[in-house]
Design a binder for this molecule. Structure first.
Ligand SMILES: Cc1cc2nc3c(=O)[nH]c(=O)nc-3n(C[C@H](O)[C@H](O)[C@H](O)COP(=O)(O)OP(=O)(O)OC[C@H]3O[C@@H](n4cnc5c(N)ncnc54)[C@H](O)[C@@H]3O)c2cc1C
Length: 455
């Protein structure tokens, strides 16, 4: 019996996809060739087969089969990753986890939800809302991304200022290891009984196992939600105001400082119990004004909040059209977005030095932003009239390495994927040797998403 027959026995043939076009669609995420730079040729790789399990038992059987044949196995969530982390660079079996999508238990007293990893964040959020609760992780990609994908990239959402990235909300995990064994961690917020093994899988892009279930901290719907918009003359004034807000211990639920063609604006949203939200808004207003901020009232921040999923909804609809063959796959425009993390004291100097680098290549930065915390700095790049397009990857590597050299990291929310793996050893140093040793111990034949995290 060959591998495909054996997969058909585990899953029934309707959940084993061999159609080349469909398999190719599964083999791509949101990384377009124009943003992949040196990794673009890897985007030609496709899986050999896609399987769609609906239970942990089926996942275990597929993992054991892949182990037996030593065939690569790549977990697929919503396919919304922007770094190519699910691109099957060595072919093999792609395992679509969206059939594991049940919300197993919502517990308002414990403020937890236990959910299968393939659940789409939006569906989970809706189920929680019905019980007066909400999901802390609220990225742009809510309509597409899955629980497992968000954990595996340690994604950052709008409320990360108050509740941290997705990884901070993970209490317990169920993971199918490359051996086929099932690891279950206990769902409590803290442990001192040895290392917290959840951390091994958070942000690990599926290289250590397949997450099948998660217990997450969830939050009661806020009593109050208040909105503020401030305009500043310069990005630096807004940045210093934000740094001061955080220094005095304020934690707005949502923080977005952006400089674009319209100027510099800061959106702040305060959530929680009524008196707390009001006090935070009042004190934030005073801090922002003391740094030259002009209070524009709530309206712009409300519009920002109400339209926050629009880009992802458009992306999802266009993906559906591509899947039905009604639209070609996007090659992408020549642009890039970078999301680095640096110590607060380095951010403004970093921005100045990046400006010099980009100027030397005639690359324009159309947006600078701080999202959720003062340390997290983003830039949106487009070519200028005289840019040599081949210089964009060089310039991008230069500024990412500059972030590393200034004590920061090259990416704070989207993962490494195929796009950034060439810079990971530089950033992690001996840490990557540790990761390699763990990988070797858990996955000696490197079947689990090979080629990712520089493994
Ligand atoms: C329009 C748009 C907006 C976005 N906005 C944000 C944002 O606001 N914040 C943010 O952080 N990111 C954002 N992203 C990036 C992306 O949505 C996130 O990285 C998301 O967390 C990925 O989830 P996914 O289910 O789509 O994962 P996928 O792309 O399917 O997979 C990502 C990685 O996780 C692995 N993986 C998936 N499921 C599992 C599992 N169950 N077990 C083990 N490994 C698994 C895959 O192998 C891959 O390595 C955005 C992307 C798009 C296209």
């Amino acid at each position: 019996m060959n591998l495909i027959d054996e997969l058909g026995k585990i899953l029934d043939s309707s959940r084993v996809v061999l159609d080349p076009e469909e398999v190719e669609h599964y083999s791509r995420d949101a990384l377009t060739p124009s943003r992949a730079f040196g990794a673009a040729p890897l985007l030609e790789s496709t899986a050999d087969v896609v399987v769609k399990p609906t239970s942990v038992e089926e996942v275990v059987s597929v993992v054991k089969l892949a182990g037996h044949y030593r065939i690569p196995l790549v977990p697929h969530g919503g396919g919304s990753g922007v770094m190519g982390a699910l691109v099957p660079v060595s072919g093999g079996i792609m395992i679509d986890l969206r059939g594991l999508n049940r919300v197993l238990e919502i517990n308002p007293k414990d403020r937890t939800v236990t959910v299968e990893s393939g659940a789409i964040l939006e569906d989970l959020a809706n189920a929680l809302n019905e019980k007066g609760l909400m999901l802390g992780h609220d990225p742009w990609s809510v309509p597409i991304a899955t629980v497992g994908g968000a954990i595996s990239t340690n994604g950052v959402g709008y409320r990360a200022s108050a509740v941290g990235p997705m990884g901070s909300q993970v209490l317990g995990l169920e993971v199918v290891l490359p051996s086929g064994q099932v690891l279950t961690t206990r769902s409590v917020p803290k442990t001192s009984s040895g290392p917290n093994l959840n951390q091994l899988f958070i942000g690990s892009e599926g290289v250590f196992g397949i997450i099948t279930k998660a217990t997450l901290r969830v939050f009661r719907q806020p009593e109050e939600r208040l909105f503020s918009t401030f305009r500043f003359q310069t990005f630096e004034e807004g940045f210093e105001a934000l740094a001061e807000l955080f220094a005095i211990g304020l934690r707005p639920a949502v923080v977005d400082l952006t400089e674009d063609f319209e100027g510099v604006h800061l959106y702040l949203i305060f959530e929680g119990y009524k008196e707390g939200a009001e006090a935070q808004r009042e004190r934030s207003g005073r801090v922002c004004q003391s740094f030259g901020g002009r209070d524009m009232g709530p309206t712009e921040a409300i519009i920002y909040w109400d339209t926050r999923y629009h880009i992802a909804e458009t992306y999802r609809d266009s993906m559906a059209k591509m899947f039905r063959g009604e639209e070609p796959r996007q090659q992408g425009r020549s642009f890039d977005y970078l999301h680095v993390a640096l110590p607060i004291s380095k951010v403004m100097d970093y921005r100045r030095r990046c400006d010099e680098i980009f100027k030397s290549y005639d690359i324009r930065v159309t947006e600078y932003a701080i999202w959720t915390e003062p340390e997290l700095f983003s830039m949106l790049l487009v070519p200028g009239d005289r840019t040599n397009l081949e210089d964009i990857p060089k310039a991008v590597d230069q500024v990412l390495m500059l972030a590393q050299d200034m004590g920061g990291v090259m990416e704070y929310c989207h993962g490494v994927g195929i796009k950034l793996s060439h810079l990971l050893a530089r950033e992690m140093g001996t840490g990557l040797e540790v990761v390699r040793a763990v990988k070797k111990a858990l996955d000696p034949h490197n079947i689990m998403n090979p080629g990712k995290l520089a493994l």
